[in-house]
Design a protein around this ligand. Structure first.
Ligand code: ADP
Length: 310
């Protein structure tokens, strides 16, 4: 049995002659949480809609657990749980009533509905809210109900479009923990424009910009780009740059306006220890040494900036 739960092949969507999504291809495996990241208007929702069979691609194809979305939409859609950007909630129902309807709509058989509702409530921390009207719940709890309806039929793939927008910090923390947990049993695609969210929740990240994938890799690779083989060092009596360049691994030294030195080094040759030894033995007055991290925001801007001015 294949462990690939999602295969997107050359997905393209054209609106009025303009490509909103261009040639997007990727795969997702069982148990993986994929962060789908991009600025507003990048094409995230359009891609999510094509993945969930709510929008036909102009070109390309989607397979869910090997089932083609265009050839067998009913079967493919049954393998997906989807929380759109605006949760499809019937606010005048109680949590139990609404989840029972959602179970029926997702094809759960009559005798299994009660168990499915119970299980979804437990997983989403909603058991105490069973008899409450959805309209009286806080936005965080409404979002949980949205996630509960997406997992009610225990789908292989859960797709969540901007699930933490508009929530307060505590609700955001809870929803992120829930998403991480879902990754254990399901494959999850989380669309977001919030970079730290991806870092906290996902194993794998894709960055989309102007309809094109500009990054596709593990969160570790993204973090490595962030670390970028640089150190910041503070020396009370700095030597000439040539002295620092003699330290094995050091490639370049740059004096910063704040008095610190930025030292670039060869990948895999972190020279921190050698720099400390040299500083002590030669009396350079070392008072600070730490990795120089590019913020994730900067990495994101670098990846999505290329033709921002165009
Ligand atoms: P995101 O979810 O990343 O904010 P969207 O997928 O909603 O981006 O939109 C991508 C691009 O496609 C945007 O330029 C948007 O204006 C355009 N677009 C989205 N939906 C439509 C539509 N129904 N008709 C025309 N253009 C659309």
């Amino acid at each position: 049995m294949t462990t690939l739960t999602v295969e997107a092949n050359n997905l393209t969507r054209i609106y009025g002659g303009r490509e909103a999504v261009s040639d997007v291809s990727f795969t997702l495996s069982k148990g993986e949480v994929l962060g789908f990241l991009g600025p507003n208007g990048a094409g995230k929702s359009t891609t999510m809609k094509m993945l969930t069979g709510n929008l036909a691609p102009s070109k390309g194809s989607v397979k869910i657990c090997g089932v083609d979305m265009i050839e067998n939409p009913k079967e493919a859609k049954a393998l997906i749980g989807y929380l759109p950007e605006t949760p499809p909630l019937y606010r005048e129902f109680t949590v139990d009533e609404f989840l029972a309807i959602a179970a029926r709509l997702h094809g759960v058989s009559g005798k299994h509905i009660k168990t499915a509702v119970q299980r979804a409530k437990e997983r989403c921390g909603l058991t105490e809210m069973s008899k409450r009207l959805i309209e009286n719940l806080s936005k965080g709890y409404q979002q949980r109900v949205g996630i509960a309806q997406a997992i009610i039929h225990n789908p292989m793939v859960v797709i969540l479009d901007e699930p933490t927008v508009g929530l307060d910090p505590i609700q955001i923390r809870d929803i992120r923990a829930l998403i991480k947990e879902l990754g254990g049993e399901h494959s999850v695609i989380l669309s977001t424009h919030i970079l730290p969210e991806v870092e906290m929740v996902c194993d794998h990240v894709q960055i989309i910009d102007k309809g094109k994938l500009v990054f596709n890799g593990s969160i570790d690779i993204l973090k490595q780009q962030r670390h970028g083989n640089k150190l910041l060092i503070g020396l009370a009596k700095p030597p000439a740059n040539d002295e620092l360049l003699k330290v094995p691994g050091v490639e370049a030294v740059e004096a910063l306006p704040n008095g610190l030195l930025r030292v670039r080094y060869t990948a895999g040759k972190a020279p921190a220890e050698a720099l400390v030894q040299a500083a002590v033995s030669k009396g350079w007055g070392l008072h600070q040494i730490n990795p120089d991290q590019t913020s994730l925001e900067d990495v994101f801007v670098q990846l999505t900036y290329q033709d921002a001015a165009a």
